[in-house]
Design a protein around this ligand. Structure first.
Ligand code: ATP
Length: 277
C-alpha cells in the first residue's frame, strides 16, 4: 500500500499554500476567522472538520472563486485568484461536473480540447485523456455514458478531468463521500500515487475522521477557526489519544473551556465596571 505515512516523500523545501490572518465573510457570517497555516508541497494535506465548519469556503478561497477574502493567501508563489494559477490548479467540487449525455471519454475529450486546443495537440490530448481514464481506473467504462455510471464512478470522472492538465495543486472537496470502503481505499491509494510519482500537492477535505490517518498533514477546522495544524501522529501524541478523532474531540473541549473562561472574565469585568459606576 502506498498510503503509509512512513513511505511519504521527503519534506518539500517550500510551501504550496501560505495563509496569514485569512478571513472570509459569507453573507452576515464570518465563515473563516484569521487562519494562519501552510500546506507543504508534494504532500497530502487533509482538511478536516464537521459539516459547516468552512472547508468548502477555504477551498474556494484557495482556488480563487470566493469573494470577501481578507488577510494574505499565497498559492504556488502567487496571490490566490491570480489568472496565471488557473492551469496549475485542479479543483473538484462536491457535485461532479460531468455531462451525463456524453461518454466518459467524450467528457474528457471535451475538457482536453479546452486545455490543449488545436490540431497540433491532437496526439498530446489523446495521451492525456488515456492517462486520466487509467488513473481513475475507468478504462473498462470509457465508452459508457456518464449518466449511466454510479455516483462513485461519476466523481472519478470529475477527478479525471482535474488530472488532465497535470496540475501542481489538486484541491478535492470531499472526494470520498458516499463511496464504499473499497473504493475509498482505492481513491486514497491513487492520491498517494499522484503525490509520490508526480510531486503533486493535494488538499483533500473530509468530515470522516478516519480518513485523517491517510494524510501526511492535517488542518483541523471548527466553526471557521483552525484548531490544529500537524501530522496525524503528532496530533495523537500531543493529545495522548489513540485516534485523530479523539484528539480532535479533546481539542474541541479545550477550545470550548477556553471560550467559557473568556466569557466568564468578560462578564466579571462588566459586572465590576457596573459596580464602580
Ligand atoms: N452561499 C452562502 N452564503 C452565505 N453563507 C454561506 C454560503 N455557503 C456557506 N455559507 C456558510 O459558511 C459557513 C461555512 O460553509 P462551508 O460550505 O464552507 O462548510 P463545509 O465545512 O464545507 O461544510 P460541508 O462539509 O457541509 O460541505 C457555514 O456557516 C455556511 O452556513
Amino acid at each position: 500500500m502506498m498510503n503509509k505515512i512512513g513511505e511519504a516523500p521527503p519534506a518539500a523545501p517550500s510551501a504550496a499554500i501560505t495563509a496569514t490572518a485569512l478571513t472570509v465573510v459569507r453573507g452576515d457570517r464570518t465563515a473563516l476567522r484569521g487562519l494562519d497555516f501552510t500546506v507543504p508541497r508534494g504532500r497530502i494535506t487533509g482538511l478536516l472538520g464537521p459539516s459547516g465548519c468552512g472547508k468548502t469556503t477555504l477551498m474556494r478561497a484557495i482556488v480563487g472563486t470566493q469573494a470577501k477574502v481578507t488577510g494574505t493567501l499565497d498559492v504556488l508563489g502567487r496571490p490566490a485568484g491570480d489568472p496565471a494559477l488557473r492551469s496549475r490548479i485542479g479543483y473538484v467540487t462536491q457535485a461532479p461536473s460531468v455531462y451525463d449525455d456524453l461518454t466518459v471519454r467524450q467528457n474528457l475529450d471535451y475538457f482536453a480540447a479546452i486545455l490543449l486546443p488545436g490540431r497540433a495537440h491532437h496526439a498530446e490530448r489523446r495521451a492525456a485523456v488515456d492517462r486520466a481514464i487509467e488513473d481513475v481506473d475507468l478504462t473498462s467504462h470509457a465508452d459508457a455514458l456518464a449518466g449511466r455510471l454510479s455516483g462513485g464512478q461519476r466523481s472519478r470522472v470529475s477527478l479525471a478531468v482535474a488530472l488532465l492538465g497535470t496540475p501542481e495543486l489538486l484541491v478535492l472537496d470531499e472526494p470520498t463521500v458516499g463511496l464504499d470502503p473499497v473504493l475509498r481505499r482505492d481513491l486514497w491509494d491513487l492520491f498517494h500515487r499522484i503525490a509520490a510519482d508526480r510531486g503533486t500537492t493535494l488538499l483533500v477535505s473530509s468530515h470522516v475522521m478516519d480518513e485523517a490517518e491517510r494524510c501526511h498533514r492535517l488542518l483541523l477546522l471548527r466553526e471557521g477557526e483552525l484548531l490544529a495544524e500537524d501530522t496525524p501522529e503528532a496530533l495523537r501524541r500531543r493529545n495522548d489519544t489513540a485516534t485523530v478523532e479523539d484528539a480532535f474531540l479533546r481539542l474541541v473541549d479545550a477550545a470550548a473551556a477556553r471560550a467559557a473562561r473568556a466569557q466568564t472574565r468578560t462578564a466579571t469585568g462588566t459586572a465590576a465596571k457596573e459596580e464602580r459606576r
